[in-house]
Design a protein around this ligand. Structure first.
Ligand SMILES: [Zn+2]
Length: 407
């Protein structure tokens, strides 16, 4: 396979998680009597541009035929993050009624509603019908298609270029990152700004966040690599900010390559930090699998130990992360009896692969587990706060990434 950015033949494996079903393929009771499809889940790294990427496999398009859609508005922490972002951008860029904001992967309008309420014209781009409909209901115009060079050029031809193009957690999920970036270039007004947020590869490696690997997550990005991809599309990263979201993310600020804005010292400082921690050294990538295996082994030992001691263990958060972790470890309902989730759309279904049932958070009151494993460890604080009633019967919360921690 060749690198999706620079075309170099890939010869290094970063992480091999065997085979797994699509992480969002939640199963109904009827699905449990049908065969379940597994796809290879292997991550490669390019030793030229350092793009960490999923390995290509057959029938990749099948993954996206899934009915399930994640609604961004279900996480209160994420909503606050979005509102704060909008206020900052409006004041920093001096956005007015004459400006235009485009959000790629606008989901249910969780972000753009903050611009709309300030009277700033917006367009959302969102191919998933259910979430696009939710956004339209609150007054956000949505183009229901995938973003790339052809849509970017169409927006340019129609005179609909943007002063601000934003994409939160979409850049790492696009199959053709070069085409997507050329689309950003075409849809951006002269003098306009692009902001993209994505989980930072540096944190993934540092914190052994191997459970953030799944099929739909095509790229694992560093500032170095994003800078290269931007340059190839005649764009430039002029600023960068570290964010605590998703276990450590970057927000990069981009502009046209020839823009008069100066590149801030934060960009060079982050590039230096990435080099110092070894993101441009192949041995850094070779050591990752062993550390991922250690996390997996620790989870299994814990679950087996609790089972032998007669303790009840449940989990919280039927997130993609949880599916990667449970499937790589081969955990089934005998070791982890149920997972609770606040999203009504997941309740009553089963986790893909592990077939662990998904129940309401109230199920914990009935079963009184001794331990609750928080699968989306990045939301631990929020989960513990909302479900603090678990502490009433001496129940404890546990996370496993980067290592076993009893809260
Ligand atoms: Zn490459």
């Amino acid at each position: 396979m060749k690198c999706r950015h620079c075309g170099t033949l890939l010869s290094h494996t970063f992480c091999d998680l065997g085979f797994a079903p699509p992480s969002n393929a939640y199963l109904s009771t009827e699905d449990l009597v049908r065969p379940e499809k597994y796809y290879p889940l292997k991550i490669r790294v390019c030793d030229q541009c350092w793009l960490v990427q999923t390995e290509d496999y057959a029938q990749v398009n099948e993954l996206f035929c899934n009915e399930y859609a994640y609604f961004s508005s279900t996480s209160t922490g994420w909503l606050a993050h979005a509102a704060q972002y909008a206020q900052t951008m409006i004041s920093q860029l001096g956005l007015t009624k004459a400006s235009r904001v485009i959000e790629v992967a606008s989901n249910d309008g969780y972000l753009l509603k903050n611009f709309i309420s300030s009277g700033i014209p917006c367009v959302g781009i969102e191919p998933t019908a259910s979430t696009a409909e939710a956004a339209e209901k609150i007054g956000i115009p949505v183009l229901r298609e995938f973003f790339g060079e052809s849509l970017g050029k169409r927006l340019m031809a129609q005179g609909n270029q943007a002063d601000l193009i934003t994409g939160n957690n979409v850049y790492a999920h696009v199959p053709d990152i070069n085409d997507f970036t050329r689309g950003l270039k075409a849809a951006l007004k002269p003098g306009g700004v692009i902001t993209l947020e994505f989980p930072h590869l540096m944190r993934l490696i540092e914190q052994t966040q191997f459970d953030t690997v799944y099929h739909e997550h095509f790229s694992y990005l560093s500032l170095h690599t994003v800078g290269r991809i931007f340059r190839a599309a005649d764009l430039r990263v002029f600023d960068v900010l570290e964010l605590p979201t998703h276990g450590g993310s970057l927000r990069v600020f981009g502009c046209h390559a020839g823009d008069t804005r100066e590149t801030t010292p934060a960009v060079d400082a982050m590039l230096l930090k990435e080099t110092e921690v070894g993101l441009r050294t192949i041995t850094t990538y070779h050591g990752f699998q062993m550390r991922a295996n250690r996390v997996k082994d620790e989870l299994l030992s814990f679950l087996i130990e609790q089972k032998r001691a007669g303790k009840k263990v449940a989990a919280y958060g039927a997130a993609a992360k949880g599916n990667t972790l449970l499937n790589y470890a081969g955990v089934k309902p005998d070791l982890l009896s149920f997972v609770c989730d606040a999203a009504v759309s997941k309740q009553g279904k089963f986790m893909p692969g592990s077939h662990i049932p998904i129940l309401t958070p109230q199920a914990m009151l009935e079963h009184r587990p001794d331990f609750v494993v928080i699968l989306p460890w990045n939301l631990s604080e929020e989960v513990i706060k909302v479900n603090s009633f678990v502490l009433d019967w001496g129940g404890k919360f546990v996370t496993f990434v980067p290592e076993l921690r009893i809260h």
